[in-house]
Design a protein around this ligand. Sequence first.
Ligand SMILES: *Cc1c(COP(=O)(O)O)cnc(C)c1O
Length: 427
Amino acid sequence: MSEQGIGTKCVQAGYTPGNGEPRQIPIIQSTTFKYDTSEHMGKLFDLEESGYFYTRLQNPTNDAVAAKIAALEGGSAAMLTSSGQAANFYAVFNIATCGDHVVASSTIYGGTYNLFHVTMRKMGVDFTFVSPDCTPEELDAAFRPNTKAVFGETIANPALTVLDIEKFAKAAHDHGVPLIVDNTFATPVNCRPFMWGADIVTHSTTKYMDGHGAGVGGAIVDSGKFDWMAHRDKFPGLTTPDDSYHGVTYAEKFGLGGAFITKCTAQLMRDFGSIQSPQNAFILNLGLESLHVRMPRHCANGLAVAKYLKDHPKIGFVIYPGLEGDKYHELARKYMPGGTCGVVSFGFKGGRPAAETFMKHLRLGAIETHVADARTCCLHPASATHRQMNDQELVAAGITPDLVRMSCGLEDPEDLIADIEQALEKV
Ligand SMILES: *Cc1c(COP(=O)(O)O)cnc(C)c1O
């Protein structure tokens, strides 16, 4: 059978019930699993056989949902985490540890920026942040002998810059390291980063994948294409025996397709324990079943709102990569021809006070630290998610004090625009 379409995968991938089995993915709400002999369990602990023994390592509900996400991205293996933060931390820390260095796009989510710039620095991992618009030469110059990965977001939250995936992948591969792409905003419905050379994809499933503001979660997907053994010296964690796991060498035992996720599960999930609950994985899967139906509506609403705001006399600028004339429109057309996302950022001629007045008067659009929900919501990043940053860091992250981020939900576009219109009248 030829490869299924993205919609069929959203609905069906990851779980195929046998005769008389539940049609919906069962929630295996059990911490542990029972065995007849200690010998059998020993084989599981040695990773000699696959099977379940403790939900902190693996759970059948989570595995089914992870398999669906792997299928959506076209990857070889995937795992769920408790949040997008955990996914990005694990994805990077799985290959970059104390004494290592990572190149990252400067316009990334504020939480990820803090994780890299503050917390992982304390762990001895150094980061160089580069503009997503940098030239290949500038990007090249950011690498060091101890660089272990490159990181960026397909569509950055909230700057809405579009990553030139091919440019970043080429630089990463020229230096023998993988490109990690956070694909939260585009989702695999709109962009498949592996097609363009990315090696690892991460998600905050909290956003469009869940889509209903119901469960915090994350996911990591491996393309199975990065050859760890070809860069043996750079990635000792994958290419030399793991003493903490019975001397297993992940890249040898699990090959290209399995090494990264197996190490990440067996080592990082074992030790840090940021698992997604099976209950949340079930809720996430309900969201995934309609992802391909919801994304076009989010995009259509985003575009309608962006077009309306663009010509409004009180609005200073609109950032929406789906909008013709946007700085990133050409990149968006290349990497996500079917649409970008439902998030629109814009600024007010009246500056920060105008932004605050506008938000106060919205009726449908609620003030929330959230995006990608069925219900429209908005946020003033300079006073919320990015308030730790100084002005210089804000500008590097693509944020000005008057910027409002609006996440267009699934309501009727006429109602959204009417709501925006009446709030703008108060400004
Ligand atoms: C929200 C978000 C995260 C963090 O995810 P949580 O699920 O909130 O931990 C990471 N990356 C991007 C692009 C996000 O939008």
